[in-house]
Design a protein around this ligand. Structure first.
Ligand code: GSH
Length: 262
């Protein structure tokens, strides 16, 4: 009944997988080969015209956009609830989702793309690289990928992304000094949506970025112990994959640290 078009390292797909796990729903995974741009093939663009994962298909209907998918799952499968009742609290969740969609997610792309997607792109001919990037439907994403392909971690997008991550940690710290989860006493949709951006930091062994944010560190440790997180995210990272990513991340850390100071 539920199929998720996904990629193990996609934060947007990870957040949906956490919601599916919190609600103990059964679903089928259809992995999409992002490094080889399967997401731009015609059959996939028919499901998701933006050419991105995730796409959820439920009862033969496709739903796109990860935050929309998470709220759809909450509406279609309300138990256990991940959204509080009061209009004010729901507005707080939506503010976090908006921040994540508009600001944090593109920043995560700027950090992850040069280390994960760029190596596969560099193996292709210059013409093929150009052709694939020209095909990316959304203009800001297309231009970002172009810079990241050319300049890797030295692209200005990366310094901006590091600043945005730190600004997000500061916002979270203020909130989490007052309450255990982002929108109150209970784990909710905002926590599900934020969680994958901490997998990115962890998988590259960059948790030192959290040094000045004790309440955020505590949130991250409680989050990583949740069965939903372990099932939806951690389980996809074999010790071999994690070692490889952490080695790549450690090699990149001096550049990230320099961007943190800039
Ligand atoms: N706004 C979209 C963003 C989805 C997105 O950026 N997906 C990435 C992986 S996390 C992707 O499919 N990238 C493929 C590409 O850029 O070629 C959502 O929330 O679902």
């Amino acid at each position: 009944m539920i199929t998720l078009y996904t990629h193990i390292m996609s934060p947007c797909a990870q957040k949906v997988r956490i919601v599916l796990a919190e609600k103990a729903l059964s679903w089928q995974a259809h992995p999409i080969d992002l490094p080889n741009k399967e997401n731009l093939q015609d059959w996939y663009l028919k499901l998701n015209p933006l050419g991105v994962v995730p796409t959820l298909v439920h009862d033969d209907k496709a739903i796109i956009e990860s935050s929309v998918i998470c709220e759809y799952l909450e509406d279609a499968f309300p138990q256990p609830p991940l959204r509080p009742q009061s209009a004010y609290d729901i507005a707080q969740i939506r503010l976090w989702l908006k921040h994540i969609d508009i600001k944090l997610h593109p920043s995560c792309g700027a950090l992850q793309w040069p280390l994960v997607m760029r190596p596969a792109m560099l193996e292709k001919s210059a013409e093929e690289q150009q052709r694939l990037i020209d095909q990316v439907p959304e203009q800001p994403r297309r231009e970002r990928q172009r810079h990241l392909l050319q300049q890797g971690l030295e692209a200005p997008d990366v310094a901006g992304a590091v600043r945005l991550y730190r600004a997000t940690f500061a916002m979270m710290e203020k909130t989490l000094q007052q309450q255990p989860w982002l929108t109150g006493q209970e784990f909710g949709l905002a926590d599900c949506a934020m969680a994958p951006y901490f997998q990115t930091v962890y998988q590259f062994d960059w948790l030192d970025m959290l040094a000045e944010f004790p309440a955020v560190q505590d949130w991250q440790q409680r989050l990583f112990k949740r069965p939903s997180y372990q099932q939806a995210v951690s389980a996809d990272f074999s010790p071999e994959l994690l070692n490889k990513l952490q080695a790549t991340g450690r090699e990149a850390w001096p550049i990230i640290e320099r961007h943190m100071a800039s």
